[in-house]
Design a protein around this ligand. Structure first.
Ligand SMILES: Nc1nc2c(ncn2[C@@H]2O[C@@H]3COP(=O)(O)O[C@H]4[C@@H](O)[C@H](n5cnc6c(=O)[nH]c(N)nc65)O[C@@H]4COP(=O)(O)O[C@H]3[C@H]2O)c(=O)[nH]1
Length: 739
């Protein structure tokens, strides 16, 4: 039994921890010769080693199985199990311990056998103490180095793994190029983004990826040699993707925009003692989506989304450039201002969606009339502007304008509705009509308004005399405001006659403006203007008050005829219209049943729900509703059921058609039968001749309004006429004639 084995080790029986590094190296001393084992033990003791001894092969194997050793000092000749067998055991079990064989064997075989079994060294007994100590120290040193190496190798391997993982799972393309610009490494992302496999790119020149137009810029980045902060950063380039192979990108699989950072790679040159360039290292980020978003944003900033045309900002820019060019080349250019006539009507009647569709179709037609280099833009609403650079002469502009009018005249198909519109076009020519952008645009606008004022559907070149017209407009606005303040407005009344009895059954209130210098101005001249300038609401407020005051005077003569008043769409749209009306009737003590409001068909379709509510409230109050100008608007018959309508007025344009009392006028007949079918009252407007009156009467329209009976008249005269109701028919006619 080994005398040292119990005391020789302080390790726990299950201790398998290496003694190198943290603890002292652990050595197993194996020798069957007690004296040798003791002297070996004593020799190594106190030198910082943990020592375990074994006197037999079996004992040695037991220790090896239980503990981890750094070094085994092994005698070959043991009584039970030989040294070689112990080494075989060590090798087979993969025990990580170095072995120094100490043997008295003189034959070479023992030494060869030991070295074959990976012995660290072979010491022939008797060995010198120094030799043994040195060999042990060397073995442990080598072992320490090996372990350190293994640790470093392991760390390197881990770090390599980590970097490879980071590189391959990076959202960016990461690559290296050699000094010739050929790929030496590229990560997996290249395949996902560009559609090229790694092996397709390795060895290829970077230029196969770069968009031709960007090659020049790419040269600097892909050949980047700098490594400091001056190295390329965030350089934008377009790369070509592998056609078809790209699965991830759903759009634009031919080009990808990247933002590229690159730095040079260098190795120390031993001979000349400086850094030698051997390639570049780069990271490319896919910024296609961002670029796209930026492009969309910038496109939207300069284009009209509805029609896809340049907007006013881009137009001004283009016009500015065209003016500079024209100045340089001393040529003329034309600026046009187009406003679609009747667009508002379409928008109000068919709704905004159809209105938008009309604008799109109109824009498409206008675009087709242009040459390359011309710019068509949408200013907003139904207004378009055009610049025709390098005009040969004004006839060119005239021809283009004619073409515009021609293409817009064709009916537009809006979901089965054939819609007709026209346009008013104003033209200003550089330099004659202005040299600055604003001047040209303003003058084209003035020319356009001139056409509008002249009945629309045409074009006109700017003329300085037109300035007067626009000044007149400003003056008109000012004087209309003054008219309200100075009480220059007045209500006239036109009687409505029962054709059978010849009696006045109602009257239509029509507004007049007693202009201080122009005399009596009819509403057609100032009300549309008031609508445009926000004056319609105060004017309508005034109208309600004036009507109520006037009606009090009829009341005083004991007359109860019904009064029709015209209601502007803007007024009906206003939330408090109903309250105003009710308040006024209450204040003046007027019976609502005496009032009928006239609305045009278009009002019913503009905002049907609101209109229905307002008109229903009026109906509940007792006020009745008449549809004016019936048959001229866009309303469909279906609306008649939805509105609380009591009366339809046949528009005077249809009445005018009647020349022969025995003729056939289908539109008039259709309107009469609609009124009859729906149980509505019917009034014919603009009756001027006996034959018209007779035709209407014969076909069932019994209430007439028109010059044949009475012209619209001021209140005083109207009251006289009402008083005369009791007079014989002949006297009535004289009164009518005087009016
Ligand atoms: N040729 C001819 N014309 C006749 C005859 N009988 C009546 N007229 C005219 O025909 C127009 C009928 O009025 P409207 O259709 O409601 O059309 C009106 C109405 O839409 C609007 N309007 C008139 N007064 C007011 C008002 O107080 N408020 C609002 N919102 N609109 C008004 O202005 C339009 C034009 O009014 P006025 O110039 O007064 O023109 C009136 C009237 O003077 C005739 O036998 N022959």
């Amino acid at each position: 039994m080994n005398p040292f084995s119990a005391s020789a080790t302080s390790s726990s029986p299950h201790d398998t921890q290496s003694s190198l590094g943290i603890d002292q190296p652990r050595l197993l001393l194996v020798d069957d010769e007690p004296r040798l084992l003791t002297s070996l033990y004593e020799l190594l003791q106190g030198r910082g080693y943990q020592l375990v001894t074994a006197a037999t092969g079996g004992e040695a194997l037991a220790h090896l199985a239980r503990l981890r050793f750094d070094l085994v000092l092994l005698d070959l000749r043991l009584p039970d199990i030989g040294g070689h067998e112990i080494m075989d055991f060590i090798n087979e079990k993969g025990i990580d311990a170095d072995v120094i064989v100490m043997s008295g064997e003189v034959g070479i075989d023992a030494a060869i056998g030991a070295l074959k079994r990976n012995a660290y060294d072979y010491l022939r007994k008797p060995y010198s103490r120094e030799e043994l100590l040195k060999t042990v120290a060397n073995a442990l040193k080598q072992r320490r180095l090996q372990e350190a190496n293994a640790r470093i190798a392991n760390q390197l391997e881990n770090s390599e793994k980590m970097y490879r993982y980071l590189v391959d799972s990076s959202p960016d393309i990461i690559y290296t190029l050699n000094h010739e610009g050929k790929f030496t490494f590229i990560n997996d992302r290249a395949y996902q983004l560009l559609g090229y496999k790694r092996e397709e790119l390795i060895g290829q020149h970077y230029s196969i990826l770069v968009h031709d137009e960007d090659l020049e810029r790419a040269r600097y980045v892909f050949n980047e040699r700098r490594v400091d902060e001056r190295a390329s950063r965030n350089v934008e380039l377009r790369l070509k993707c592998h056609a078809g192979a790209n699965q991830e990108r759903t759009f634009n699989n031919t080009l990808m925009t990247i933002s590229l950072n690159a730095i040079g790679m260098h190795v120390p040159d031993q001979e000349v003692k400086r850094l030698e360039f051997y390639g570049t290292y780069g990271v490319a980020r896919d910024i296609t989506d961002r670029k796209r978003a930026e492009e969309v944003i910038s496109y939207q900033a300069y284009h009209d989304i509805l029609t896809d045309l340049p907007n006013r900002i881009l137009f001004k820019d283009r016009l500015g450039l065209a003016v500079i060019q024209a100045k340089r080349k001393q040529t003329e250019l034309a600026v046009m201002f187009i406003d679609l006539d009747r667009f508002k009507l379409v928008n109000d009647t068919l709704g905004h969606v159809k209105g938008d569709e009309l604008l799109q179709q109109a824009a498409g037609r206008l675009k087709e009339c242009l040459r390359k280099g011309d710019t068509l833009a949408r200013q907003g609403g139904d207004e378009f502007t055009i610049v025709l650079p390098e005009l040969r002469d004004r006839d060119d502009a005239r021809m283009v304008a004619d073409k515009f009018l021609e293409v817009l005249q064709e009916p537009f198909d809006l979901d089965g509705h054939a819609v007709h519109i026209s346009a008013s076009i104003g033209i200003a020519v550089y330099p004659a009509h202005g040299e600055s952008i604003d001047e040209l645009l303003r003058h084209a606008d003035i020319a356009m308004y001139q056409i509008k004022g002249q009945g629309k559907n045409g074009h006109a070149f700017y003329d300085p005399a037109m300035q007067d017209v626009s000044h007149q407009k400003i003056a008109l606005e000012q004087s209309l405001r003054r008219a309200l303040e100075h009480n220059e407005l007045e209500m006239y009344y036109q009687p409505q006659i029962d054709a059978i009895s010849g009696r006045i059954v109602g009257a239509e209130a029509l507004m007049r403006w007693n202009h201080p210098t122009r005399g009596i101005v009819s509403p057609g001249e100032f009300l549309p203007f008031a609508e445009e300038n926000g004056l319609m609401l105060p004017i309508s407020d005034w109208m309600i008050g004036a009507l109520c005051r006037d009606m009090l005077q009829w009341k005083n003569i004991g007359n109860q005829v019904r009064l029709s008043l015209n209601l502007s769409p803007q007024y009906l749209d206003r939330g408090d219209f109903f309250e105003k009306m009710r308040g006024a009737l209450l204040r003046y003590g007027i019976a609502p049943g005496q009032i009928e409001v006239e609305i045009t068909e278009n009002i019913c379709i503009r905002n049907p729900q609101h209109a229905i509510e307002q008109l229903n409230k009026l109906g509940q109050l007792g006020v009745s509703v008449a549809i004016d100008d019936f048959g001229t608007g866009y309303s469909s018959l279906a609306y008649l059921h939805r509105f609380p309508v009591h009366t339809i007025k046949i528009d005077q344009s249809f009445v005018k058609e009647i020349h022969d009392e025995h003729g056939h006028y289908p539109v008039v007949l259709a309107i009469i039968s609609i009124a009859r079918g729906l149980g509505l009252n019917l009034i014919a407007e603009g009756v001027e001749t006996d034959s018209q009156a007779r035709y209407l009467r014969a076909n069932g329209c019994l209430t007439m309004q028109g010059y044949l009976y009475h012209r619209p008249m001021p209140l005083g005269r109207f009251i006289d006429v009402l008083r005369g109701q009791t007079l014989p028919a002949g006297v009535l006619n004289v009164l009518a004639f005087q009016a």
